[in-house]
Design a protein around this ligand. Structure first.
Ligand code: PRP
Length: 210
């Protein structure tokens, strides 16, 4: 059996659709379910449904052989896993945003709120700017509105959340898509099975592009 770590939440539906297109016959209970482990015997796969940010952790520790993880998570977590395929789903990007009244040069004790403290810290380090990073777990857009931080580093997809909260984008940091990741030991032990998954998914990704 191949154990596959899947991210619950936004990426989930697109990842499931991709797997189905690749010929894996995932049962309907996949979508409407609170179960965290789902075996699909005919595919020879066991799926574990994890928080997106935890997928690389499961794969690094080898309790999952492969997984689907956002590039955002990969950058933030820096786990020891192979990134074998860009699945080109859940496209978005990481950006710095603030209220339109924000003025960088007036910012004497800059605070930046983010769910991605490592990514944000390394971005500002590269920019040569000293900032204090405040880690939040969600609803990051709140931070500038209530004066917790002047800027945020967060995912932008449609831009609706920024607009709805009167925030503007200042800088784009990095484009994000989901990746197929593999545990290095699993790749040695189960190379044939994993290669087949990679090939099947790669064919779907290529097909979608045309
Ligand atoms: C993400 C992200 C933004 C929003 C961006 O949050 O943190 O808030 O989506 O999407 P948009 O550009 O299409 O509006 P998510 O909904 O995943 O929840 P969170 O606030 O709990 O992180």
């Amino acid at each position: 059996m191949l154990t596959v770590a899947m991210p619950k939440g936004r990426i989930f539906e697109e990842a499931v659709e991709l797997l189905r297109k690749a010929g894996y016959n995932l049962p309907p209970e996949f979508e409407d379910n609170r179960r965290l482990i789902i075996d699909v015997e005919e595919a020879g796969m066991r799926f574990i449904l994890a928080k997106p940010m935890d997928v690389p952790t499961y794969v690094e520790h080898g309790v999952a052989d492969i997984g689907v993880a956002g590039k955002d998570t990969m950058i933030e977590e820096e786990r020891d896993v192979y990134e074998v395929l860009d699945l080109k789903i859940s496209e978005c990007y990481m950006a710095v945003a603030a209220l339109p009244t924000y003025e960088k040069n007036r910012d004497i004790a800059p605070k930046v709120a983010s769910k991605y403290p490592n990514l944000a810290a390394s971005y500002f380090r590269e920019q040569g700017e000293q900032v204090e990073i405040i880690k939040l777990n969600g609803s990051i857009e709140l931070a500038p509105l209530i004066g917790l931080a002047d800027r945020i580093v967060d995912i932008v997809s449609t831009g609706q959340t920024l607009r709805a909260n009167g925030l503007v984008e200042l800088e784009t940091i990095v484009p994000i898509t989901s990746r197929l990741i593999v545990n290095p030991v699993s790749y040695r032990m189960k190379d044939t099975v994993i290669d087949e998954v990679v090939e099947r998914l790669a064919a779907v990704v290529e097909g979608e592009e045309q």
